[in-house]
Design a binder for this molecule. Sequence first.
Ligand SMILES: Cc1ncc(COP(=O)(O)O)c(C=O)c1O
Length: 415
Amino acid sequence: MNFFRKPIFTGFGPNITKKDNFIALSFLFLPWNWPFLNKGFWEKKVEEKFKNYFNVSNVCLFDSGRSALQFALEASGIGEGDEVLVQAYTCVVVTNAINWSKAKPVFIDIQNDFNLNFEELKNKKTTKTKAIIIQHTFGKSISELEKIITWAKENNLLVIEDCAHSLGAKLNDQFLGTFGDIGMFSFGSDKIISCVRGGALITNNKNIAIKIKNLKNNLPNPKLIRTIQHLLHYPLFSFSKPLYNIGIGKLILFLAKKFNIINKIIYKEEKFGFPTKFYPSKLANSLAKILFFQIDNLEYFNRHRREIARFYNDNINNKKISKPEWNEDSVWLRYTILMEEPSVLHLKAKKQGIILGNWYNTPIAPKNIDLSKTGYTPNQCPNAEILSSKSINLPTNHFIKIKDARKIVKIINNL
Ligand SMILES: Cc1ncc(COP(=O)(O)O)c(C=O)c1O
């Protein structure tokens, strides 16, 4: 391994900009900013910016997408005894949100584009079904979206679009998240834009919006220590990433995680189906400020992702690899290919300083969760199981240049 090779990451703070670092450091080290770490006007400003962007009447911010999702269900009156249809090939925080709202997740298998199968959705509906969560996986809209919305309306079902991967993506020139009753977004560190941890709900339904706002207003402010941890993510990742291949960066990040200096994406309790002590909460003012300026990068980030995805699409020619069907409207959060034994590619890439992604390498990710707490039982969704055993994500974020993508393609074509 060449230690001085530029490291290439799929995750690891893929959206960090100089501006984010500047804001984070100014909150951490300028004492006159400390009173505004948690409280201030930036949340309102972000909500207004998103209202204009989506042309919707209600936007509400939360500490994360997972909290937003749980409150979307609760505000819509979904709870005990109700069933929520949701795809497998998703994240445990999604199933937790459903379970914590006291409803029951009913799993739908996926198609080869990683989105849910409409026929199976229809078959799994029962008299207890109250809502559908439509996940637009990796930034691509489910093709039958409009048909599903019509069918849901006919059957009096609430539709929540899970746009955690697809902020800014469109279908027929309309933003994803504005088709259903509620759109849910995530600003977690590996999403389309980021403030380390954050989420939002958008809706044009006035009654639901009032309930969402009430739920949000009753939440506590974030714990100061958590806000500081999130802000530390910026200098730590920015400093460690270039030094990763020589071992120093890797060690710093390992120690920062081990000693809880930076946050975890999913906490241990969540992996076992239990809520954490410190969430849900409101979104910290300092993170909302970072998010406000991240929105300005949205179009550029998505254009860049599409360009890199196009490069993979045009240049990967190994017959052992199955590429996703090209889609001009997708925002390509990650370019996910399928192969037998993805671990071989993970290892080959790692030897060259390239860390590829593993979303989703199990039907309910990540691998080390207590599956029995999610409600999913093995063999329930066979295609999700097959695809998750073959999935490997290639990076498309703004740090990846065409020459980096070329290196990745070369490794794949030589497999
Ligand atoms: C499909 C999907 N939905 C929702 C979420 C929740 O987002 P957050 O991490 O902001 O809680 C995630 C998180 O990774 C996700 O992958």
